[in-house]
Design a binder for this molecule. Structure first.
Ligand SMILES: *Cc1c(COP(=O)(O)O)cnc(C)c1O
Length: 369
């Protein structure tokens, strides 16, 4: 296997994003509750995968409702999705109202001030502008408290602020045994009953696998669409989306006791063959994976040795006979899924995806294999 893209020769690394897998993962998530629609969370440039490329693919797959974090992301999403419903999770930040209205974006309102301001803007426009209401059922982050939401039920402000969706967010959805899941479902159910006729949405990626009580009226996954495992308690039901390869710049043999990289953080325990890859932390591959991560060379897992540099990573390729200049090493892909790469870096796959750099060649394909 070799790097086929001609541009790859002048870049260090090569990112392939499988758009067909993205559409298929979204369908698989929706199949967890086939009687209700499934939205797509595409914040942070579609989890690093490229909002402008990804959004139309999801639209063609049948997705009609999208969530981003910021109004600025919403404006980009609108350019790619002229007819979609687009919610802005971080809500009505001060001064963002005119931009939200201009792009027909729906803020997820989380406080009395936001409700008042959005209702006032609707008043100026001569009609309520649509929005969602965020109810905080345990995160203590954004949203009205449950008592605040219950107290506002039936208040004319709810209609004036155009509330067409109630939303809450799960604290520990990826841990199905945590009792907070049930408590949040119950609290959110209480709120939904107080707002008859307004649909509710609670389930993120992992929430889609927590059963009926969580689904409500709209699924709201993000991470799993992009190949992350929504069920860390068992194997990943999603197709991989991202593949990151870097080519070997140089191979060398070192003797026992030789150091490698800055501060000679690693020393060869015996005669070893090392390969240096054209990728580093400036490409979004985390430095915290130094001495912990792996790359695949000819299918052989090769440990990252020494400290990851800004533009280079050193591998121990002693057990990988195919290692030579120009050969690709896989940093994400095959057995190295985003979750395991995140784990090796002491973080989560979400951070690996959203940190994917803009420095390498990006190639969008309909299928990786
Ligand atoms: C990011 C986010 C989601 C999507 O969560 P995933 O775990 O990526 O599926 C859903 N809802 C809210 C409020 C979010 O911030």
């Amino acid at each position: 296997m070799s790097i086929a893209h001609p541009e790859a020769a002048i870049h260090g690394a090569h990112l392939t994003i499988d758009l067909a897998a993205i559409a298929e993962n979204w369908r698989r998530l929706g199949a967890q509750a086939p009687h209700i629609p499934c939205a797509a969370v595409v914040k942070a440039d579609a989890y690093g995968c490229g909002l402008v490329k990804v959004a139309p693919v999801l639209w063609r797959a049948g997705c009609r409702t999208f969530f981003v974090a910021h109004a600025s992301e919403g404006a980009v999403a609108r350019s790619a999705l002229p007819a979609a419903t687009i919610y802005v999770l971080n809500g009505l930040t001060p001064g963002s109202g005119p931009v939200l209205a201009a792009h027909a974006l729906r803020p997820v309102l989380g406080s009395r001030e936001e409700l008042d301001e959005w209702a006032a803007l609707g008043g100026e426009m001569g009609r309520p502008l649509p929005a969602a209401l965020h109810v905080d059922t345990g995160m203590n982050r954004l949203g009205l408290t449950v008592p605040e939401a219950l107290a506002l039920a039936g208040d004319p402000l709810i209609q004036a602020a155009g509330i067409d969706l109630l939303m809450s967010h799960l604290v520990s959805a990826e841990r199905p045994d945590e009792s907070i899941n049930r408590r949040q479902c119950e609290a959110f159910g209480d709120v939904l009953r107080a707002y008859p006729g307004i649909p509710g949405s609670l389930a993120n990626s992992s929430g889609c696998y927590l059963g009926e009580g969580v689904a409500n009226d709209l699924l709201r996954p993000g991470y799993a669409i992009f190949g992350g495992n929504p069920t860390p308690w068992r194997s990943n039901p999603m197709r991989p989306v991202v593949r990151l390869e870097a080519s070997i710049a140089q191979v060398r043999d070192v003797a026992a006791g030789d150091g490698a990289g800055y501060n000679a953080r690693w020393r060869a325990p015996g005669p070893r063959r090392l390969a240096t890859l054209s990728i580093g932390y400036a490409d979004g591959y985390p430095r915290s994976a130094s001495g912990r991560g792996h790359a695949l060379v000819g299918g052989v897992p090769c440990p990252i040795v020494g400290l990851i540099s800004m533009d280079l990573i050193i591998l121990d390729v002693t057990d990988a006979p195919s290692a030579r200049r120009g050969e690709p090493a896989i940093l994400i892909g095959d057995s190295l899924d985003v979750d395991s790469v995140g784990h090796a870096a002491g973080t989560i796959g979400y951070e690996i995806l959203t940190g994917l750099g803009s420095r390498y060649v990006r190639r969008y394909v309909e299928s990786i294999d």
